[in-house]
Ligand binder design. Structure first.
Ligand code: FE2
Length: 273
């Protein structure tokens, strides 16, 4: 199975720049790139920060952009989104019994579980007892699970951005639940960080994905500031094959030169040697 992990598209009203960049042009470019190169993907999963200021026009533009898209799309919300504004643009979107945008689906490779970590008017992630109980039920029904969050569910060693992870009070019980299901959870995917990240959480592999817009430059020094810049944007292609998870980072907006080599020994020979 192949799916696309994209995140933090940060749409404003069409024509409005965000961090000096046009998020609609970027999204459009990414979608075209997917159609041209990965139209065989089974899912396009966007792990939150669909918009920058939760404008109705931004959600409407997103709806238009993905309507009829050849790859089935799954949406999640992030700290820049507003749950009510999102649901008024996507009223048919599934949610859990408490109204959170938690949803899940069974695919041949396992249970895909999309978690809502958003709380109103804060950039900090939340995953309290009601959401945790929903996740616990999902995991109990899974033989193999792939988890998706917007916020990172663990601290990453970057003091400023760690303040904006899932909050400390909610992280502990979430970690305990994940450890309980360590054999079931194959991978944790998240957005929010705007940087290429990988590691393990209590032995469970995780990956954070760059944004299609602006990127965060890790600041591991003691600081309450995080820096962002217009570095190369990417989405990820994830291949799930039997026991394996393989993740490729795709710099879809690169328009500089590319050098192509064959695999023969001579193809890498020193010129003139
Ligand atoms: Fe973001």
């Amino acid at each position: 199975m192949k799916f696309i992990h994209m995140s933090d598209i940060h749409l404003g009203e069409p024509g409005v720049l965000v961090e000096g960049l046009d998020p609609h042009i970027r999204l459009n470019r990414a979608l075209i790139h997917i159609v041209e190169n990965h139209a065989d993907a089974d899912r396009l999963i966007i792990t939150g920060d669909l918009t920058h200021w939760a404008d109705a026009g931004a959600y409407a533009a997103l709806r238009e952009a993905i309507t009829g898209f050849p790859v089935p799309v799954r949406l999640m919300i992030g700290n820049h989104d507003d749950r009510a504004a999102f649901l008024s643009a996507f009223p048919e979107h599934p949610r859990d019994e408490n109204g959170f945008v938690n949803h899940a689906e069974d695919l041949a490779v396992g249970h895909f579980i999309y978690c809502d970590t958003v709380a109103p008017e804060t950039h900090v992630g939340h995953f309290g007892p009601d959401r945790l109980a929903w996740l616990a039920r999902q995991l109990e029904e899974s033989h193999a699970a792939f988890l998706f969050f917007h916020h990172n569910p663990l601290h990453l060693g970057d003091p400023a951005t760690d303040e904006l992870s899932i909050n400390d009070a909610d992280q502990g019980p979430l970690r305990a639940l994940l450890k309980q299901h360590r054999e079931t959870v194959r991978h944790i995917f998240f957005g929010h960080v705007h940087e290429p990240l990988c590691g393990t959480l209590a032995g469970i592999p995780f990956s954070g994905v760059p944004s299609t817009l602006h990127q965060v430059i890790p600041n591991l020094a003691p600081s309450d500031k995080s820096g962002s810049a217009a570095l190369e944007p990417s989405y990820r292609v994830v291949l799930l094959r039997d026991e394996d998870v393989v993740i490729h980072q795709i710099p879809f907006a690169w328009d500089g030169p590319v050098t192509w080599h064959g695999n023969a020994w001579e193809d890498w020979a020193k010129p003139g040697a």
